[in-house]
Design a protein around this ligand. Sequence first.
Ligand code: BES
Ligand code: MN
Ligand code: ZN
Length: 494
Amino acid sequence: MKLSVVSGGLETVKAPAIAVAVTEDQLVRLPAKVRALLEDVTFKAKAKELAAVPAFGKLPAKWLIVVGLGPAREVTAETIRRAAAAAAKTARGKQLSGTAFAVVGGQVDGARLGQAVAEGVLLGLYRFQQYKTGLKTDEKHELTEFRLVVARAADRVGAARGLARGETIAEAVNFARGLINQPANVATPTYLAQQAQAMARTLHLRCRVLSRPEARRLHMGAFLSVAAGSVQEPKFIILEHNPKGRRTVVFAGKGITFDTGGISIKPSEGMDRMKYDMAGGAAVLGALRAAAALRLPFHIVGLVAATENMPGGSATRPGDVVRAHNGKTIEILNTDAEGRLVLADALAYAKRFKPQAVVDLATLTGACVVALGSEAIGLMGTDAALARRLRQAGEATGERVWELPLWDEYLEGVKGEVADVKNIGPRGEAGAIMGAAFLKHFVDGYPWVHLDIAGTAWAERERGYHAKGATGVGVRLLVQMLEDWAQDQGTASR
Ligand code: BES
Ligand code: MN
Ligand code: ZN
């Protein structure tokens, strides 16, 4: 896909499709030729409204596509992302090769506009069809050119910069989506480690991969207890960007490449979806990829605790006791609460980097899906400032987070009977919080936030710029948080 910016009147640009995203108040101000084409359709520019009309003979294009942005004051980067996605998908659906796209109305301009457009287009056009043989030409058709039209020549440079940024970020999101959408017989822990290593080579990241023997030497008993029932080798992946950076941030991802539940086995209905249980790990890999490409000014450590959760003959039994990397003992009462076990060792391991912030991402609990559905990431943690940074990044990216409490009283819920802690809380009570309460026992000496992405990492149906399947949630959130943080530092030191 070739993304570019041109300036001028949109009715003068020559392209297979001319697309206009317009606010309600600006509809009457569109160029006369465009308005004339819309005379026979009912188009009020309401939010999400879309119309496509043949334009041949009236505009230097085959089609005119119009997307409604709703009232001007409600236009945000998210609205633009969705509009750009809708325009690109419509043009592709009409078997066109390219589109010129303009936004008329609203207050989003320059770099933010360019970034939102690139993200909307590239995220919107993503599809996972690697395993489909015999696709028809219309199913294979790709849109190859997308030109953003800005009214003023002075806006071109800013928009182009935003476009490039958005492209880098969207590619990282689509990379994460690809890993998640891969079936679990392909995306094994070994495969994820290979992907991390390949990425490290091209982007000059430092990469180390710990296998079973090294994890044993590091006393990662919690991580290894989950891997015990699988013939797939577990891999604990460590990626580092800019190791000499002044500030260190650790991102830790749950990388369960398939979650059967282990001996506490899950019902078979819908179990296929549990290939997405490594979405936290994929988000970490995607964030590192974008951070390296954008040269973000932090030392960023990515940890992915990758393993399957299988019920093999050597699998962990309910009631087994294991010892984590930090020395704490865990009573495993339910082998299906495995995400918190692998993250326990990752969070304990994070301490050695003396980080200024640690964020973990995990498809941790069904309870989080019950609480927040697919509209928000569950946030819990120990640091209000870090939580605020993530909340703000959530508003900017559309990957919204919502905080649940993590008061000390909740820690009682995971106190062990025969060991220090147990891996489940009281039945039917605060399930998402119990996951975080357990994790908190392995957090030591750094500000920490846990993000439960169980409800947001997978889209049950196509929606906006998300295709059905993996959303790649978390990548844009983490990158945005770091960019804003770097910005704050810049202003503080000036
Ligand atoms: N990967 C699941 C969480 C999950 C469940 C995500 C359903 C999306 C949809 C996790 O490993 C799990 O099984 N959690 C258990 C915890 C329980 C045993 C305390 C759950 O949520 O049921
Ligand atoms: Mn589970
Ligand atoms: Zn799981």
